[in-house]
Design a protein around this ligand. Sequence first.
Ligand code: GTQ
Ligand code: FE2
Length: 353
Amino acid sequence: MASPKFTAPDGMPRKNEVDEFYDSVAEADLQPLWTQMGIMPETPPLAAIPYAWKWKTLKELAERSGELIPIDRGGDRRVLSLSNPGLAGQPFATQTLWGAVQYLGPGEVAPAHRHTAAALRFVIEGSGVWTLVNGDPVPMAPGDLVLTPCWSWHEHHNPGNTPMIWFDALDLPLVRSLDAIFFENGPDRMVNRAVDPASRSELTFGNGAGLVPFEESEKQAFSPLFAYRWKDTDRTLTTLMKLSNDGTAALKFVDPTRGIDVMPTMRCSMHRVSAGASTRKFRRNGSSIWVTYRGSAIVSIGEDRFHLDEGDMFAVPSWCSFSIEATQDADFFCTSDAPAMEALGLARTEYLD
Ligand code: GTQ
Ligand code: FE2
């Protein structure tokens, strides 16, 4: 006979013991695994979607922000972030990466600060801006990759008379999800000094393949070389392309003292695809942001296809198949969370062709 505890006086069934158990579990701020069947799907449950942003729009709106929005303490950096429509209004290009365009007008300074989110810049057009990285002035020009690693002081100066727009990437969503965000403003100072064409970091660590100072500097978690110049990148790709038999060539930017990724959370690479050639089709977990530096191409990401031209940027979410088919000779800059995935033992790659 059923316990009278579960029968109301009017004979209606009352909550049974199982329901009461669930109530008690919820009241104790617990959740049973067996009601959370979606928690471990067979492949990553993706929110971010394959997506592309056109340079024409990015540039127009960045320029408009330059006309309308002043840059000083409070605003600090005039940045429009790539906001993936799958990420519910968050200002992130992918689950782990922030991507953005930054506009700095003539005579403007984006003031000094540092943060634990690591950042990098890739220049698409314009010149004249230099970034002070831990006190070392680094000029920026098209095709250059400039690093401002975790917790490094940085400020951007545009002493010239033309505005400049560049691409920024940060590991901000990743660092946020790890509850590791720290930020500090630096001193206000309007240095408008003449800047050498090469930073101290380049003079020390950028002398050529396999050549670094004998007296080793103390190793940090990131590359001591803060700038990778387009002439070196271009020359290397040209050489690799001569050796290539499929019309594609790709290089990785590395810490010259160790040969590892430039920063522990972001891999940087440059990809060249000749007109008519295609890259292999593959997918990997973790995500990436790509910038079309030169040329044009059709890019397939998962089920989507995008026609891309110079300056266009796109997001490749985790585990989406990916390939590039160049319609003109094309160069792409790519940054991904691959070093973090590898360090955590989570990296997977699958070739699909
Ligand atoms: O240039 O310091 O796109 O701090 C986002 C945060 C750029 C920067 C961004 C930043 C910066
Ligand atoms: Fe910053």
